[in-house]
Design a protein. Sequence first.
Length: 262
Amino acid sequence: MTLLDARARTGAVARINPVAKLGASALIALPLVLTLDWVSAAVALVLECLLFPFAGIGWREFWTRTLPVWIAAPLTAVTIALYGATSGEVYVDWFFVRISEGSIELAVATFFRVLAIALPSVVLFVTVDPTDLADGLAQVLRLPARFVLGALAGLRMVGLFIDDWRALELARRARGVADRGRLRRFLGMAFALLVLSIRRGSKLATSMEARGFGAPVERTWARESHFGGREWVLMAIGAAISVLAVTAAVLAGTWNFILGPA
């Protein structure tokens, strides 16, 4: 599995209910989604960096897990700088590329915005156990048990995709059909994996129905999902980061409500 067991970690955040982690991430992301300015995103990112050491993951794992974010953020910023809305002084004007003062400002804001939204989500959920998340969604948020258990079963199957892919690759190589035609080989393996996944999903659904997972009665849970003081503290921290980020942007005069009138 790619998701690690939260009980194996020692950070202060590791054993907090996953529902609280979901809520904290949403509280941080919501104001950043509603505005496009570099001040609010930068302030939120700085405050988040102060809290990352308490997540219970090492620095090596942190950089490994967040590497896609660090790659996506500058690429997104470069795209905005080259093709974003033009305003102010124009520095480069060549065919479809137009770099201006406004596009650079938007690029900087987008860079910090992507980091401020994505990094806490990755750091918080890397410590989430899928079963704990399902318990929290069903017992704390009161989501339908049928939906929660189905999603949990599907999530548990994700870890088998890599093993299935490797097994298919070794089998095709043993039969001498994997030496050339890389694109054709990829499409063939992808189709085979799709068929295998559908068959496995059908068997899993049938077995779950046979064991009463779809019964229209209130079910019991093996483990109780607690939502107490630590969870409310994490939610409060997420709300505080949002309030401080928005306040800083408003005081600096950079707040840009993207849903407002043009």
